[in-house]
Ligand binder design. Structure first.
Ligand SMILES: [Zn+2]
Ligand SMILES: [Zn+2]
Length: 259
């Protein structure tokens, strides 16, 4: 069996209908839609610093659009959200998201102590840049331990703007994976990361295999044409590490299938 699910995708630049229609076209079995929490009107006051990627939407409208797309196209769609992990805001965010029928929640570290991963001034010279990696890994571990998320996404994304991996990166990834295994939180093999720096994702996957951490696979598609992006390469990385199970969720309960 091959990877036939995608549990990280966005609707803001197209629509839930367009994404589901493409998933069906591509022969996927299940699609997890996970719009950014900062696109949601109720959350904007807390996350006003995050640039919008499309029109703001109310939570109920997002949820209705996702559910309607599944019904209309007779497709297995799961309702998710990609949530910024910001330590001093996470409780307020959690409160605003209670009581909705989420299937899965993605935790994402998009910023380190107020500085976005992709920022204009960069991460400085080696010593300073390596320090940022240590802090990044610490925040990822906190996200795993928060008890809020089904999965922590793109855990090597800092590499996009900071190539100064510390010498201890493999140990740090193993520490993260060990925590994820203990808490039964998945770590994500992310399509953008796989397409852009597969050699770093390989180290993440190896850490997950060594520590027995659950693994999810998501393209992070912002357009229908990017759905399942990098799935073949992701599958090769998983097989190479001996990982045979992919995690997905329904009603916040984990499910797994074999590849
Ligand atoms: Zn993200
Ligand atoms: Zn995303």
């Amino acid at each position: 069996m091959k990877i036939d699910t995608d549990f990280h995708s966005h609707v803001s630049r197209s629509s839930a209908r367009a994404m589901v229609s493409e998933a069906k076209e591509q022969g996927l079995r299940v699609l997890g839609l996970s719009e950014h929490v900062f696109q949601m009107r109720e959350l904007r006051p807390l996350l006003a610093h995050m640039p919008l990627e499309g029109p703001e939407m109310a939570l109920v409208d997002y949820i209705e659009a996702v559910q309607e797309a599944g019904r209309a196209l007779r497709f297995d769609v799961r309702l998710g959200l990609e949530i910024d992990f910001i330590p001093d805001k996470i409780e307020a965010i959690r409160e605003l998201l209670q009581g909705y029928p989420w299937d899965f929640l993605i935790g994402s570290v998009h910023e380190i102590d107020g500085k976005l991963l992709e920022n204009e001034e960069g991460w400085g010279e080696a010593a300073e840049a390596e320090q940022a990696w240590h802090r990044y890994m610490e925040l990822l571990r906190q996200a795993v331990c928060s008890g809020f998320f089904s999965v922590v996404s793109h855990p090597v994304r800092l590499f996009v703007a900071n190539p100064h991996l510390p010498a201890t990166i493999d140990e740090e990834l193993e520490l993260l994976a060990a925590e994820a295994a203990r808490r039964d939180v998945a770590l994500e093999v992310n399509g953008f990361d796989v397409a852009t720096y597969p050699q770093v994702v390989r180290r993440l996957v190896r850490a997950c295999a060594l520590q027995g951490a659950p693994v999810s696979v998501g393209s992070d598609a912002h357009y229908p044409s990017s759905l399942a992006n990098s799935h073949e390469a992701s599958e090769r990385l998983l097989r190479e590490a001996g990982i045979q199970r992919v995690r997905i969720w329904r009603g916040m309960a984990p499910e797994e299938y074999r590849i």
